[in-house]
Design a protein around this ligand. Structure first.
Ligand code: SF4
Ligand code: SF4
Length: 278
């Protein structure tokens, strides 16, 4: 079992096949965590998305992806259709997905933070302590998902805390609580992984072969995500990297090589000093 101390690791399983794009998760997140508005509420002009991407002021982001219906899909998952009035099957479907910080097993943001502001909680989640963050921004390029960001008006880094304060009080995160379709499920990570495998099997048996999991595999480049997803298309379609790798992966090898080089250089200096004295 994935555990941190005596506490099992907690996380999110987001089943995008039942997301209806209501954005209740985005609103609940903002309200509970006091996250400011992210640059106006206007639509972006390419879909019903008005937040665009995760950032310091958007800790949950619901992607709206409009695409041709796959020919092989034989099951109507209830996704809204678009098209001319009276047209039975416009041949278009919407994919909706509520994205969030992945609370990675190997979290590069945490690895590079020089102040210890980013830390691993007893629930296995990754949280920024705002009173310790000095705004250096090292965590921003380190994140392989482009999640964490510095807030312009403030200078410090912000991201989803998986509602650390609510977890401490035995409550579920605000987004999961608000989701009317249970697209966002919160719980023990091991149990969520089993539930997700079962859901994929059900969808495949029901004629939705495109269903697949993303971020669930402990063998992937970040050691698996604490927040993982069931997708209905390739990750890139939802704006997710197909094969994320922890950006600090090579740091231990680099330090080892730097140490060997430094010891070698010191040995040369000592040898030349001793040689001169003879
Ligand atoms: S997704 Fe990015 S910000 Fe979130 S834990 Fe992983 S590296 Fe850190
Ligand atoms: S609350 Fe649930 S159904 Fe609504 S947008 Fe968020 S994930 Fe989708």
């Amino acid at each position: 079992m994935a555990e941190y101390g005596t506490q099992p690791r907690m996380g999110f399983f987001t089943d995008t096949s039942v997301c209806i794009g209501c954005k209740a998760c985005e609103v609940a997140c903002k309200e509970w965590n006091g996250v400011p508005e992210a640059g106006g509420l206007d639509l972006l002009g390419m879909s019903y998305d008005n937040t665009g991407a995760l950032g310091s002021n958007t800790w949950r982001h619901v992607a709206f992806v409009e695409q041709p219906k796959p020919a092989e899909s034989t099951v109507d998952l209830g996704m809204p259709d678009v098209g001319a009035p009276g047209q039975d099957d416009p041949g278009v479907r919407w994919l909706m997905s509520s994205d969030v910080c992945k609370h990675c097993t190997h979290a590069a943001c945490l690895d590079v933070c020089p102040t210890g502001s980013l830390f691993r909680t007893e629930f296995g989640t990754v949280v920024v302590q705002q009173d310790i963050c000095n705004g250096c921004g090292y965590c921003v390029p380190a994140c392989p998902y482009g999640v964490i960001e510095k807030r312009e008006s403030d200078g410090r880094a912000f991201k989803c805390t998986l509602c650390y304060d609510r977890l401490g009080a035995g409550m579920e995160p605000a987004c999961a609580k608000a989701c009317p379709t249970d697209s966002i499920q919160f719980g023990e990570l091991d149990e969520l992984r089993e539930r997700a495998d079962e859901r994929v099997r059900t969808l495949h048996d029901s004629g939705v072969p495109e269903a697949r999991l993303y971020g669930h595999d402990p063998e992937d480049g970040v050691g698996g995500d604490g927040a993982f997803f069931l997708l209905l298309d390739e990750p890139e379609v939802y704006g997710l990297p197909p094969d994320p790798v922890v950006t600090t992966r090579d740091l231990p090898a680099m330090w080892r090589r730097a140490t060997v080089a430094a010891v070698g250089a010191a040995a040369v200096v000592v040898a030349s000093f001793l040689g001169r004295r003879r």
